[in-house]
Design a protein around this ligand. Structure first.
Ligand code: PLP
Ligand code: COI
Length: 341
């Protein structure tokens, strides 16, 4: 199959319309059979639940071309589970797990020409999402929903690829105590838009949000979890009820322990202990692991010893092992890789 004529190596993280997407509608209490369509447009009521009260949840995962030319996706079952959890929290119907995985398969298969080749540095980013589509004016959940999946070829999330980032400790909160920070709902990202625009205007790459209750503990950024390496070589990641349970972060903890023989722990991490860290990275599907060189807390600079020139050594090992697993160079744990045939 012939690939699209795209400059894969120079792609950023943006939307490019591909040929096919998947759509399924929920009406009268049931999902229809769902199908692949070429139509990228959505027509809905001016009063649709998603437009009035932001009733929408989404996911993000990637399709990769492996070294031996297979096309694979990484742990789509965990995205399906997380989307079910997100939907429940916003009073939306579950899109069944096996149907979610089948929808991913169908979208990747239909768009094989858009899956970037091995070694190009690019991947096909897949965006499943679901939203309330019928008119809702009193504050209540919609009755009807649409589930869709599209794909778009992407390069690195942060410009400059592996260049260490500068992070601002934000004065804004992304999530509330007992709120929706732990689900993947569009509303959490709306909450972060003013903060990210402000951070960019001030010359920072991203925000570090603190726990909304005490503002003493590290939470996450607008689109990725944090991962730290302590000066004695231990991998630690923040534990919190108000951050997204990142599939990348959970996978990296297992990689650290089982592949690299490192100690790895999820625990509360206080802002005032960041000076004890040797390395810091942002981890997520889009971010993969993007190294952090500097964290700025109201003028106080916390410079990671790994520096501003390149990824720290442990971060690099984690990055190489995770991407090696995703690209078929390193044997994956059982169930992590789904081959699209
Ligand atoms: N945190 C937030 C707020 C995110 O948007 C994402 C991206 O999905 C992540 C963390 C990383 O999660 P995952 O590794 O499952 O992509
Ligand atoms: C992802 O990594 O899949 C996300 O959803 C993050 C988003 C900021 C692009």
């Amino acid at each position: 199959m012939e690939k699209k004529n795209i400059d894969w190596a120079n792609l950023g993280f943006g939307y490019m319309k591909t040929d096919y997407r998947y759509v399924s509608n929920f009406t009268n209490g049931a999902w229809d059979a769902g199908s692949i369509t070429e139509d990228d447009q959505i027509t809905m009521s001016e009063c649709a639940g998603v437009l009035q009260y932001a009733q929408t949840v989404f996911e993000g995962l990637k399709a990769y071309t492996t070294e031996d030319g297979k096309v694979v996706v990484f742990r789509p079952d965990l995205n399906a589970d997380r989307m079910i959890a997100s939907a429940k929290r916003l009073e939306m119907p579950e899109f069944p797990k096996e149907r979610f995985i089948d929808a991913i398969d169908q979208v990747v298969k239909a768009n094989m020409a858009w899956v970037p080749p091995f070694g190009s540095g690019a991947t096909l980013y897949l965006r499943p999402y679901m939203f309330g589509i019928n008119p809702v004016i009193g504050v209540k959940p919609a009755n009807d929903y649409q589930f869709r999946v599209f794909g778009t070829p992407v390069g690195p999330y942060f410009k400059g690829g592996a260049k260490p980032l500068t992070i601002k400790v934000s004065d804004f909160d992304r999530a509330a105590p007992n709120g929706t920070g732990c689900i993947k709902a569009g509303l959490n990202y709306a909450m972060s838009l003013h903060a990210i625009v402000t951070a960019h205007e001030e010359g920072y790459d991203e925000n570090m949000y603190l726990d909304p209750k005490t503002r003493t503990k590290v939470e996450e950024t607008g689109g990725a979890n944090f991962l730290f390496v302590t000066k004695d070589g231990k991998v630690v990641t923040p534990k919190s009820d108000s951050i997204l349970p990142s599939i990348t972060r959970r996978s990296l903890i297992q990689v650290a322990k089982d592949y690299l023989g490192l100690e790895a722990e999820e625990r509360e991490i206080y802002l005032d202990e960041l000076g004890d860290m040797a390395e810091c990275g942002l981890c997520g599907t889009a971010a993969v692991i993007s190294p952090v060189g500097k964290i700025v807390d109201h003028g106080k600079e916390i410079c990671l010893p790994a520096g501003m020139a390149e990824m720290g050594p442990v971060t690099k090992k984690l990055y190489d092992t995770l991407t090696g697993i995703q690209m078929g160079k390193i044997e994956a744990p059982e169930g992590w890789i789904r081959v699209i045939e």
